[in-house]
Structure formats: structure tokens, C-alpha cells
Design a protein around this ligand. Structure first.
Ligand SMILES: *[C@@H]1O[C@H](CO)[C@@H](O)[C@H](O)[C@H]1NC(C)=O
Ligand SMILES: *[C@@H]1O[C@H](CO)[C@@H](O)[C@H](O)[C@H]1NC(C)=O
Length: 322
């Protein structure tokens, strides 16, 4: 009875340890997958097939490279201990959404790379704490709209990439606070130049031409350059739903229920496991706390016997002497 339970427990504990190593430890020296440089505070986790962010990233990390992995979502607290970060790359992942506040602790971040993901929208205020940001790449996503004022706090932004998305318009005043901007890519978006809300962008491009590189390449769906659009051409007063901040409820519930402290669930094929162990009772495999209890109980029992034997030997020894 004890044998199979213990064997099952050991298997469960070992495989949990293996899984948490695969998704938990960070640096190679601790058994993780990332290359950590103690001098430069650079943590390189790129191209490792990661589906979750390693949980023990050193808190003094300056540069964190997570590019070319398989991240499809981020827990809200993903970077909460990493307020020293100045560089964060999440490019070439499968991110579909970003939780509100996920970057809020990164007050010293200067480069944020999010290109080549599957983002359809951004939460409002997502970049509001990143006042030191100089480079922001959002290109090659599926962005259909931008929240009102999303770049308003980025007064140090130098380079902004928005090319190759699904943007038809930008909110009125979207780029008004980007006083240090020198490069902005807008091409590869289906800019809708029939609606009068394109006039802000069109006028802004004309104003900044020669000061901000790349902007004149923005082209309307009808192939005209955005900067050439006149009030007569963009006459329509288009009404469209204000969906900029809407997040589908399914995502909200998944985010709310996902807790990054959770130990990853173990997909244990119970029946095979039990057959393999020739093991009938109890009905379910022991859970981890039960395992720990049974193991500590087992160890305690052994200790008890060892102590009793020691005591008996001691008494015998004592009696022999006497
Ligand atoms: C951000 O950088 C400034 C200047 O280098 C430094 O004084 C401050 O402590 C940094 N903040 C954090 C949270 O590390
Ligand atoms: C959309 O919503 C934002 C914030 O709720 C608001 O500031 C903005 O004016 C709205 N835009 C339109 C076009 O209604």
C-alpha cells in the first residue's frame, strides 16, 4: 500500500518540479533557460519556445529579452518586480491582448518592443507610466484602433512604429504630446480617407513633414497619400462605435481567474498511472499536500523507529556496562 502511494507521490513531485523548472526558474545557472549576465544585468530569454514568463527573473534586471517565444497573454503582475528595466522586448510572440496596468511599474523603461504580435486593441492608459520611453514598436499587429490619448504621456518618445496594422484612423490629438518624435511609421494601414476624422492626421503630417521621418508614406485605402487629403475629400461625418477601450468579457474573466502564483496543473493520465502501479484504492491519485503529508508521515515514522532503536541500543549498552 505504502509503496505505490509513495511512488506516485515521488513521480508527481518530480514532474511538478520539472514543469516549474521549464516555466519557472530563469537563469541557466539555476537550471532555467535564460542567459543572465550579472555584470550588464541583461536577461536573454529569446527564442526558447516559452509559453509563460519565467517567474524568478532577477529584480535588478536592466534588459529583458523575451522575443521570439510563444507568449499569448501576460499576467497583470508579469513585470511588477522589475522596475529597473530600461529595455523590454516582447516582439515576435502571439500576444492577443495586454492587461491594463501590465507596464505600470516600468517607470524607467526606455525601449518597449511589441511588434509582430496579434494585438487587436490596447487598453486605455497602457503606456501612461512609461514617461521615459524613447522607442515604442507596435508594428505588425492587428490593431484596429487606438485608445484616446494612448501616447499622451510619452513626451520623450523618439521613435514610434505603427506600420502594418489595421488602423483606419487615429483619435483626434493622438500625437500632440510627442514633442521629441523624430520617426513615425504609418504605412501598411488601411487609412480611411473618406471620413473627416482623418483630417487631424492629414494636417499633422503636413505640419511635421521634414521634422518627423517616415510619416509621408501613410497611404489611404484609395491609394492617395494621407497628407494630400483635403476637407472636401474627407467630408463624411462617420459614426462608429467607440470600441477603443472595450475588452471582450471572455478575456476579462480569463484574466481575472488566471493567477500567476498557481502551480501549473499536471495532466496526469490517472487510469494508466493506476494500472501501471497495480493500484486500486483510493479512487484518486493523492494531491500534493497529501503527498507531502504522507511523505513526512513516512519519514517521521522512520525517524521514530531510528530513535527508538537508538534508545534501545543505548539502554542495552548502559545495562551491559552496569
Ligand atoms: C529610475 O532611474 C533614476 C535615474 O537613473 C533613478 O534615480 C531611479 O531610482 C530609478 N527608478 C527605479 C524604480 O529604479
Ligand atoms: C472614446 O472614449 C474616450 C474615453 O472614454 C473619449 O475620451 C473619446 O472622446 C471617445 N471618442 C469618441 C470618438 O467618441
Amino acid at each position: 500500500m505504502m509503496g505505490p502511494v509513495l511512488a506516485a507521490c515521488l513521480l508527481i513531485i518530480l514532474s511538478t518540479a520539472w514543469i516549474s523548472q521549464a516555466n519557472g526558474a530563469t537563469c541557466k545557472k539555476d537550471g532555467g533557460v535564460c542567459t543572465c549576465n550579472d555584470q550588464t544585468k541583461n536577461v536573454d530569454c529569446s527564442s526558447k519556445g516559452l509559453t509563460a514568463i519565467p517567474s524568478n527573473i532577477p529584480t535588478d534586471t536592466d534588459r529583458l529579452d523575451l522575443q521570439s517565444n510563444k507568449l499569448s497573454s501576460l499576467p497583470r503582475t508579469a513585470f511588477h518586480n522589475l522596475n529597473k528595466l530600461t529595455f523590454l522586448s516582447l516582439e515576435s510572440n502571439q500576444l492577443q491582448t495586454l492587461p491594463e496596468g501590465v507596464f505600470d511599474q516600468l517607470v524607467n523603461l526606455s525601449k518597449l518592443y511589441l511588434q509582430d504580435n496579434e494585438l487587436k486593441s490596447l487598453p486605455s492608459g497602457i503606456f501612461d507610466k512609461l514617461t521615459k520611453l524613447t522607442d515604442l514598436t507596435l508594428s505588425q499587429n492587428k490593431l484596429q484602433s487606438l485608445p484616446h490619448g494612448v501616447f499622451d504621456k510619452l513626451t520623450n518618445l523618439n521613435k514610434l512604429w505603427l506600420q502594418n496594422n489595421q488602423l483606419k484612423r487615429v483619435p483626434e490629438g493622438a500625437f500632440n504630446f510627442l514633442e521629441k518624435l523624430t520617426r513615425l511609421q504609418l504605412y501598411g494601414n488601411p487609412w480611411d480617407c473618406s471620413c473627416n476624422d482623418i483630417l487631424y492626421l492629414s494636417k499633422w503630417i503636413r505640419e511635421k513633414e521634414g521634422k518627423v521621418n517616415g510619416i509621408e508614406s501613410a497611404t489611404c485605402v484609395n491609394k492617395k497619400a494621407v497628407l494630400e487629403i483635403t476637407e472636401e475629400e474627407a467630408a463624411e461625418d462617420c459614426v462608429y462605435p467607440n470600441t477603443t477601450t472595450a475588452i471582450p468579457t471572455t478575456i476579462i474573466t480569463t484574466l481575472a481567474s488566471s493567477n500567476d502564483d498557481d502551480i501549473p496543473e499536471l495532466p496526469v493520465p490517472q487510469e494508466n498511472f493506476q494500472k501501471f502501479l497495480g493500484y486500486q484504492e483510493p479512487d484518486h491519485l493523492p494531491t500534493q499536500p497529501q503527498c507531502l503529508m504522507s511523505i513526512s508521515g513516512y519519514l517521521g515514522l522512520m525517524m521514530f523507529f531510528v530513535l527508538i532503536s537508538a534508545a534501545i541500543l543505548y539502554v542495552i549498552h548502559f545495562l551491559k556496562k552496569a
